[in-house]
Design a protein around this ligand. Structure first.
Ligand SMILES: C[S@@+](CC[C@H](N)C(=O)[O-])C[C@H]1O[C@@H](n2cnc3c(N)ncnc32)[C@H](O)[C@@H]1O
Length: 242
């Protein structure tokens, strides 16, 4: 939910007319007071589902923003947790937000594009929250390939994925409308701001993960309940580098 301490409508409009990276630089100081930060409920459920796979040595939060996923990884990793993001503004807020626990893993922040990660075989686990809408479907194989390369053999790439909204839900139409508006905006205006809600379907994501060399498991996050057809509202995708 937006609050009075969050960004103003004017600030959001300026952000939306910038590039994705610059837009996040501008939004960074108020980001944690917007609905764009992944809610604690989702973070906690993912941490709980991931716990039996740990403990890990080193963890990576891809598109870390202000550090939501880094906080998930801290209790699960012994040695080091790294947040990577291309927005310097978001990384500044993350640095201020997240204190490395005294005796726990070291925390570091790296400014880099997730489509060109500067890591090879460095992590046992990678997570990502709330950022896949910033990648076009054609960029997905490259992105997954980058995460695959950043992991050690046997390493895990984990992220939550929501079930599609039914046609009867107002959210279905809101997301459809938002994506249509963004397509028009990006056809008419440069630089592009890439953000779409309906471009990350489970079947396509799974196929791209498998093509990148991952073996994929899907864990239902039962705390979010099930749809009428019995499928979970939310799942944790756990993809293991073969
Ligand atoms: C909606 S925020 C999510 C932040 C955080 N993971 C969370 O859940 O609260 C999306 C983040 O992805 C980052 N991002 C988008 N595209 C990126 C890219 N190509 N490379 C690195 N970071 C990117 C943005 O800078 C922003 O910090």
């Amino acid at each position: 939910m937006f609050t009075s301490q969050g960004p103003s409508l004017r600030e959001l409009a300026v952000q939306a007319l910038s590039s994705t990276e610059r837009g996040y630089d501008l939004l960074a100081p108020t980001f944690d007071r917007t609905p764009f930060r992944t809610p604690d409920r989702i973070l906690d459920a993912c941490a709980e589902a991931l716990r039996p796979y740990g403990a890990f040595r080193a963890g990576l939060d891809v598109c870390c923003g202000t550090g939501a996923g880094v906080e998930v990884l801290l209790p699960l990793c012994r040695k080091r947790v790294t947040g990577v993001d291309f927005s310097a503004g978001m990384l500044d807020v993350a640095r201020a937000n997240v204190a490395a626990p005294g005796a726990g893993p070291a925390v570091d922040w790296v400014r880099a594009d997730a489509r060109a990660l500067p890591f090879t075989g460095a992590f046992d686990v990678a997570v990502s929250f709330g950022a896949f809408g910033h990648f076009l479907p054609s960029e997905r194989p490259g992105l997954f390939g980058q995460v695959h390369r950043a992991l050690r053999p046997g390493g895990l790439f984990a992220f939550p994925i929501g079930a599609p909204q039914p046609l009867t839900s107002p959210w279905y139409w809101a997301m459809l409308g938002f994506d249509a508006a963004m397509r028009v905006r990006n056809a008419l205006w440069r630089p592009r701001f890439v953000m779409y809600y309906r471009t990350f379907p489970l079947a396509g994501v799974r196929a791209d993960l498998e093509r990148a060399g991952f073996a994929v498991d899907l864990l239902p996050l039962e705390e979010f309940g099930r749809r009428d057809d019995g499928s979970p509202h939310w799942r944790l995708v756990v993809a293991r580098r073969a």
